[in-house]
Ligand binder design. Structure first.
Ligand SMILES: [Ca+2]
Ligand SMILES: [Ca+2]
Length: 143
């Protein structure tokens, strides 16, 4: 079972994290995007659903189902380019993203959105202001 393997992998990485000399931990996601975290102060915890990565820079959570691979690296990687407004990660900004964001705001737990893309007005918070900004964006792009 894939989830079991991933869970074991995370346990293993968590175990060797302090012994390694690499600077970064890189996750490859099922959509082939990658996220890289500094190992400074790194701590990994996980449950049946998510892996939580805590380091000196903060805390991030990844759904286990999206984790394809993880490895240590000295390459900081490139910050994955986020298409602002593409809340549902389908590669374009459409009314579907407004719906996804609205569902998220309404607390629909099943909604998996790209929080970085959803912060349309760049205030580091997901609020109704982002819904408004997203709608403005759509209106201005004539979609
Ligand atoms: Ca979209
Ligand atoms: Ca915002």
């Amino acid at each position: 079972m894939k989830k079991t393997i991933i869970t074991m992998l995370i346990a293993l990485v968590a175990m060797v994290a302090s012994a390694e000399t690499y600077n970064y931990l890189k996750f490859t996601k099922t959509d082939n995007s990658t996220v890289t975290y500094s190992v400074e102060g790194l701590k990994l915890t996980y449950d049946n659903i998510n892996v939580t990565i805590t380091n000196a820079e903060g805390t991030a959570t990844l759904p286990l189902a999206q984790v394809l691979n993880m490895e240590f690296t000295n390459d900081p990687g490139t910050t994955p380019s986020v298409l602002i407004g593409d809340v549902n990660r389908d590669g374009e900004v459409t009314i579907g993203d407004v719906t996804a964001l609205a569902d998220y705001m309404l607390g629909e737990n099943a909604v998996d959105i790209d929080l970085a893309a959803a912060d349309v007005n760049s205030d580091n918070d997901i609020t109704i202001g982002d819904v408004t900004a997203l709608i403005d964006m759509l209106l201005n792009s004539n979609k």
